[in-house]
Design a protein around this ligand. Sequence first.
Ligand code: HIF
Length: 295
Amino acid sequence: SGAQAAKVAANFTPTKEDYQKVYNRIAEIIDEAGEYDDGSFGPVILRLAWHASGTYDKSTGTGGSNYATMRFEPESLHGANAGLSVARGLMEKVKQEFSWISYGDLWTLGGVAAVQEMAGPKIPWRAGRIDGFAEHATPDGRLPDASQGAPHIRDIFYRMGFNDQEIVALCGAHALGRCHSNRSGYEGPWTFSPTTFTNDFYKLLFEEKWVWKKWSGPKQLEDKTTKSLMMLPTDYVLTQDKSFKKYAKAYADDNDLFFKDFSAAFATLMELGVPTQQFVSSEPWTLKTLDEQKA
Ligand code: HIF
């Protein structure tokens, strides 16, 4: 808009209130999904935020959310990112209105808004990412492969700096959204409420009987009772590996613990690869949901 353009021209420094406005716009768009999937763009926007951040390698300091390199080929075409053009397109609409925000801030703020608007925990968030270039992109293969087992999950998430407890806490986000055969090859949702953030992912892992789905697609599990839910091999491993299982059980039994641990791990994920001195505030901000602002 003209007002936003004038702000940029005046070398304007955005405040927390300006980022809340961006959050609000994303939150509105999440709800404008119509017939798309389960009626929400929240899950795919969350997935963009995670794939933008999850390329981080702590040993080289490369990857992560700082430069938003998924805007460029070949990263945008990496197999793991199939379908995320939907989310990048939605975020582009927001960028047109708030041209002063960096793509890295915009996409991670999208992840925060998605979690919070789908009734999840508050995610503390800081602004300060800067737009980079294609040369900042990382090679294909940094994101997890759902067909693999516990050693692969550990390789990928230890590389980002996470421990077993944090890995299992993050995995609860698969309560949201669904797999699409034309994106990953896998098919179906993990829970009966794929647009509401709950600890149902862990509950279902332990309460349902999971059997291999008989189909021509990639190996995935289905619940024996309704055959309408799915688990990826990497999800099911959380019930098989002794260390993972301990945490998965704890989160199945205690939703508050899950919310608290997810919030901390997800906030860390969103900041991977961002030099500390770049953040505009030392204290993270907690942004309000649309509902809270109506009150
Ligand atoms: Fe996912 N994930 N994820 N994921 N993911 C898919 C979809 C979503 C993995 C694989 C897949 C995390 C970890 C892992 C979301 C959020 C998070 C799909 C289906 C696959 C295959 C894509 C498609 O077909 O559209 C693997 C192997 C992971 C490591 C164990 C995170 C923790 C759970 C980090 C995370 O936050 C979300 C949300 C979706 C749903 C997207 C949608 O469009 O509905």
